[in-house]
Design a protein around this ligand. Structure first.
Ligand code: FES
Length: 150
């Protein structure tokens, strides 16, 4: 992509500077870019340059990954924050609000797993009928016993 701002900005970062500031490998930046999570532009010498605002996006991605949140989910949240033009605080607030429900659902699932794990560690039965860890969301079991997909 050509420079969306029309001319080089003195604060734009080279890929090496961006990687160092963000605390990730250059290859990670390339991967995030290929996934559409961040973007760069090219100088006339075909060198990548990153707007400094991409640092915040990378920080959000890293925190989310540390929490085990899939990149696809992070990407949906980041869609609410424009990559070009003015980014207002409201963009991040909207993104955060849109993400809240998904995060709360994830927290509830993890708490349920923790509570069930306490029980299953002492039990160890791994019963197809009773163990929600071994047979989570047994939707086919609700239709009755026996094979349901034949
Ligand atoms: S191991 Fe027995 S209920 Fe999960």
């Amino acid at each position: 992509m050509r420079n969306p701002k029309g001319r080089a900005q003195p604060n734009d970062l080279s890929v090496g500077d961006m990687a160092q500031r963000a605390g990730v490998a250059v290859s990670t930046l390339h991967f995030y870019e290929a996934e559409g999570l961040i973007q760069s532009w090219r100088t006339s010498a075909n060198h990548r340059r990153y707007d400094r605002r991409m640092l915040r996006r990378v920080a959000v991605i890293r925190v989310a990954q540390g929490l085990g949140i899939p990149l696809a989910e992070v990407g949906k949240m980041l869609e609410k924050v424009p990559m070009e033009g003015a980014v207002r605080k409201g963009h991040w607030s909207d993104a955060s609000e849109a993400w809240r429900g998904a995060l709360e659902a994830r927290i509830a699932k993890l708490q349920a797993l923790r509570d069930q794990l306490d029980h299953c560690i002492g039990c160890g039965c791994l019963s197809l009928e009773n163990c929600p860890l071994y047979n989570p969301n047994d939707s086919l079991g609700e239709a009755g016993p026996g094979a349901r997909r034949l």
